[in-house]
Design a protein. Structure first.
Length: 190
């Protein structure tokens, strides 16, 4: 057999494909026996409240409605965030503008320059209090507020409302949207 000197010369010689040194396809993934395949986790459906608890409308509290104006969650005056299944989903220290997880792990804060920082003090967003905007790390608008607490997303679609909203509470609302309930910022329904 003659060896091929240049790649551009065509040859009719066909090699056994298992000997091809230029094989680009990876070897197949070893398959698991059927007995090893586990069932996907079952998500337990929890009872959801359609009406907010009375404490959600206390002075200093924020009652949060979703894009269909259905009750979604609330932020109590002490900063405890609870969803419509009465589960605590996070905490916001309103005085120091810091957010924490339901396990009380530090998630981030809003600094004196209105920058939203994550737990490593890296800027991940910016609040524009003059125009009532929340921007992400690249400067793109992710939320826009009006004086009634209505929130519009990056594409201008209605995302929900924060009852009890004032412009002084923009840090609290921004911490909620960026850390506690970022799914609310999604313009895609679901």
């Amino acid at each position: 057999a003659t060896t091929q000197k240049h790649r551009s010369h065509w040859t009719a010689r066909v090699q056994d494909p298992s000997l091809n040194p230029h094989r680009f396809l990876p070897t197949p993934v070893p398959s698991k026996p059927i007995s090893k395949i586990t069932e996907p986790p079952v998500f337990r459906e929890v009872a959801r409240d359609s009406e907010p608890p009375t404490c959600a409308r206390d002075p200093g509290a924020f009652c949060i409605l979703d894009r269909y104006n259905d009750y979604r969650a609330y932020i109590s005056p002490d900063g405890t965030c609870a969803n419509n299944a009465n589960q605590i989903i996070g905490y916001i220290n309103i005085d120091s503008a810091e957010a924490g997880s339901a396990d009380q792990e530090y998630l981030g804060c809003v600094n004196a320059d209105w920058q939203v920082e994550d737990e490593n003090d890296e800027p991940i967003g910016l609040i524009d209090p003059g125009r009532a905007l929340l921007r992400d790390h690249s400067g793109s608008i992710v939320a826009e507020f009006d004086n009634t607490g209505c929130v519009k997303g990056e594409d201008g679609s209605y995302l929900g409302q924060f009852e009890g909203f004032t412009y002084r509470s923009m840090k609290t609302i921004s911490l909620y949207l960026m850390f506690v309930d970022p799914g609310m910022l999604s313009c895609i329904e679901g």
